[in-house]
Design a protein around this ligand. Structure first.
Ligand code: PEP
Ligand code: MG
Length: 747
């Protein structure tokens, strides 16, 4: 950046500030600004195009084009060069505009005489507002400095537009935030909640995009960054040393907070004349624009970290936002574009519910929300734009619906539903320590699924008999680097300690498909769910599996140990994995470590192929657990992650139940212990049917134990079995109808 350029930039921004400060109507102001830019940049034309609606741009002010064209010339998004800048959010800089693809000649503006064209988007934090254009007769490419200046000005214009400087504050705007709005998203975690909106990132309003004194501004930026770094350091040191999950996440934050590149770019913008706040937000806008085009979940996650840090920095600089602003309501429902697992752990159980614009069912935040049993709705489009701090909101997490500023009738219906649920909870509490014995005297074992330390308190609270599925990959997923063996064994030991003698079935690493480790080389597979995942990765790259098996043996430290391998599709895979376990045991024995008092090695039955494995397999395996989520998706060939098809086939479909029945029969024949640990085990009606066809160990979300147990205790499984058999004989597609009739008749 040349000194001259800095001076040009500053003097232009100073003129801009004066123009903004003057009393003038919106249009007069815009006219003045285009004149000023053209004059400062020595170009014949400067024009501002703003969005009229989401698809149409309108020429709103110009210096150099025909004045009659203002508010007349319009273009669709993507049309002509201006439309292209608006659509892509990327600059166009060309010495020969008419030869650019998509150039549209607009006779009414008289622009044919202008050869050079530079257009930059006017956008604020990913929200597109318009396009700023300069044009000149001589054919030349605008210099990098000139383009940077244009971008800085576009940034200032975006802030001004946000403040309503051009259009004036419309009455329509305030009406916008009083009406009830319903958001239909996707369920991230079931449950219902009522409360008041707490915006995770209240919009920081920047009133001073242009600075008077760049030196002072630079100091402000540096002081704020120092404060930010201290805050991150404090967060890191506030975490228990053994809480590796949170530490790993926060280390990534610390790295960004100390990033030299980030700081340098902001300092350069301050040197050009922007205020510290505007410089931070400019960086943030760039990151958000990048985020739109990136699909890699890891990179998106990191850009999100950066976005989050920028928000923190903006709040420090402006004194606005959660640190200084409004008090958090007593019943907060968190509303955010997205949130990282660390921030969510920060809020902890204080939240009643969470609504996100982005996120995914498998995201780390969703994992944490599930661990904390907080209702979560994701993909609630535009909720951060609509919701204001303190707004009344109710969440129907079961259906993925949020009602913002709900009508009274909605609230009443909702409260009735919650009251019924609360009553049910009371009932579940009273049966918590009773065994699940059905009316016909059958005993069903109810276990819980877990994956984080945060899950373990539910073990006692839910009445689960143990952990039927401990998903070990979550520990790997929420970190930025491969965990060490010692860390893993310490963690597994703590899990066993918390279980206090109850059984814990550890499932070895199940990665691939939707579970991608940021620190492993990504594999580009056409069908990841059918690809290189789980045990396939473990056997091909045995290093991690060996390390994990060793960590498990050491964690058991002489106690009983249960391990199962995910996604075993044929007998050989089980044998190979078991051989690894034998080797690990032998190694530990030689090293003099205590060996587990007992060792059970099982397999997850998640592909139909394993149901037809040779009898020897069923005899050899210590236990089998049906991973119903995967098994069902392969049975029906319906992607469990695809909203379009994932609910298309009923678990109570007769074909599927018959298939499961076959597995039960084979296990009975060989005396193989069998359980079921997919999500369906936690759905009361499905759980009843699974128990009725002979699955007597079910592992589910902790919150499901109460409802499932309560229903089991009131049901005659033998009679239910009769209903299922009859439906099958009658040739029905699903047993759901007759089963529901039976349950209703039973009260
Ligand atoms: C399953 O597939 O049912 C299962 C329990 O494993 P996951 O959901 O972790 O794939
Ligand atoms: Mg699975």
């Amino acid at each position: 950046m040349t000194h001259d350029f800095q001076t040009d930039s500053r003097s232009m921004l100073a003129r801009l500030r004066t123009a903004m400060a003057e009393e003038a109507a919106g249009q007069a102001r815009l006219d003045k600004i285009t004149h000023l830019i053209a004059d400062s940049m020595r170009t014949e034309v400067c024009s501002v195009y703003l969005f009229r609606d989401s698809e149409t741009l309108e020429l709103c002010a110009t210096e150099g084009l025909k004045a009659e064209a203002v508010h007349q010339t319009r273009m669709r998004l993507g049309e002509g060069l201006v439309g292209r800048v608006a659509r892509t959010g990327r600059l166009i800089n060309t010495p020969d505009a008419p030869s650019e693809p998509g150039f549209r000649y607009m006779a009414e503006t008289g622009e044919e005489i202008y050869s050079s064209f530079a257009g930059v988007p006017i956008q604020r934090l990913g929200e597109k507002l318009g396009v700023l254009v300069v044009q000149s007769k001589i054919a030349r490419r605008f210099s990098e400095d000139e383009i940077t200046l244009l971008e800085v000005v576009a940034m200032v214009l975006a802030e001004m537009a946000e403040l309503g400087v051009f259009v004036g504050e419309g009455a329509a705007l305030s009406a916008l935030h009083t009406k009830p709005v319903v958001f239909r998203g996707t369920t991230g975690q079931e449950g219902t909640a009522e409360g008041h909106v707490w915006l995770h990132e209240p919009r920081v309003v920047i009133t001073n995009p242009i600075a008077e004194d760049p030196h002072r501004e630079r100091e402000r930026l540096q002081e704020a960054t120092e404060q930010l770094r201290d805050a991150v350091d404090r967060m890191v040191s506030g975490i228990a040393e053994d809480d590796k999950e949170q530490l790993e996440v926060l280390e990534a934050y610390r790295m960004f907070a100390n990033s030299k590149g980030w700081m340098r770019r902001m300092e350069e913008d301050v040197a050009r004349g922007l205020s510290a706040e505007a410089a931070v937000e400019k960086e943030q806008s760039t990151a958000r624009a990048r985020m739109e085009s990136i699909t890699d979940p890891y990179l998106r996650g990191r850009l999100h970290d950066l976005d989050d840090l920028s928000n923190r920095l903006l709040r420090i600089l402006s004194g606005q936002g959660k640190e200084t602003g409004a008090d958090m309501p007593a019943d907060p429902i968190l509303v955010a574009r997205n949130i990282g697992p660390a921030e969510l752990l920060d809020y902890g159980r204080s939240l009643r519910g969470i609504v996100l614009e982005e996120g995914s069912v498998g995201s780390h935040a969703a994992i944490v929300a599930r661990s904390l049993a907080i209702p979560l709705i994701i993909h609630a489009d535009r909720v951060t734009t609509e919701a204001l701090n303190g707004d009344h909101i109710v969440l129907d997490g079961d259906n993925g619906v949020a009602h913002l500023r709900p009508e009274d009738t909605v609230v009443t219906a909702f409260r009735d539903k919650m009251a019924m649920q609360a009553k049910a909870q009371e009932r579940y509490g009273s049966i918590r320590d009773l065994p699940a014995v059905t009316m016909c005297g059958e005993r069903v074992h109810l276990m819980m699924n877990a994956g984080l330390m945060a899950d373990l308190p539910s073990l006692a609270g839910s009445g689960a008999e143990g952990v039927g599925l401990f998903r070990t990959e979550l520990q790997f997923l929420i970190r930025n680097q491969m965990p060490r063996r010692s860390e893993l064994s310490a963690l597994y030991a703590r899990v066993m300690d918390s279980a206090a003698g109850r059984k814990v079935v550890f499932r070895t690493l199940d990665i691939g498909s939707d579970k991608v480790l940021s620190y492993m080389k990504p594999t580009d597979e056409p069908n990841p769910a059918l690809g290189w995942r789980a045990i396939r990765v473990g056997l091909d790259k045995p290093g991690v599996m060996r390390m994990q098996l060793q960590a498990l043996i050491r964690a058991a430290n002489g106690r009983a140990l249960s391990v199962m391998f995910p996604f075993v599709a044929q007998y050989d895979e089980y044998r190979a994995a078991r051989a690894e376990m034998d080797k690990a045991m032998e190694r530990e024995r030689i090293l003099g470590h205590p060996l587990p008092a007992s060792l059970e090695i099982g397999a997850m039955l998640e592909t139909p192929s394993l149901a037809y494995a040779p009898r020897r397999f069923f005899e050899e395996v210590d236990f089998l657990s049906i991973g119903g989520n995967d098994l069902k998706q392969f049975f029906f060939a319906a992607d469990r992650e695809n909203e379009r098809v994932r609910r298309r086939y009923d678990t109570l479909n007769v074909s599927f139940l018959t298939f499961l029945q076959g597995i039960v029969d084979r296990c009975a024949d060989t005396g193989t212990t069998l359980s079921f640990c997919g999500e369906d085990a936690g759905r009361p009606v499905e759980a009843l049917c699974l128990a009725a066809i002979g699955l007597r160990t079910l592992s589910m979300r902790p919150a499901s134990i109460g409802p499932v147990k309560s229903l089991l205790m009131r049901t005659d499984l033998t009679a239910l079995r009769g209903v299922i058999d009859k439906a099958r004989e009658d040739g029905l597609q699903s047993v759901r109808g007759p089963v529901m009739d039976f349950l209703r008749a039973d009260g």
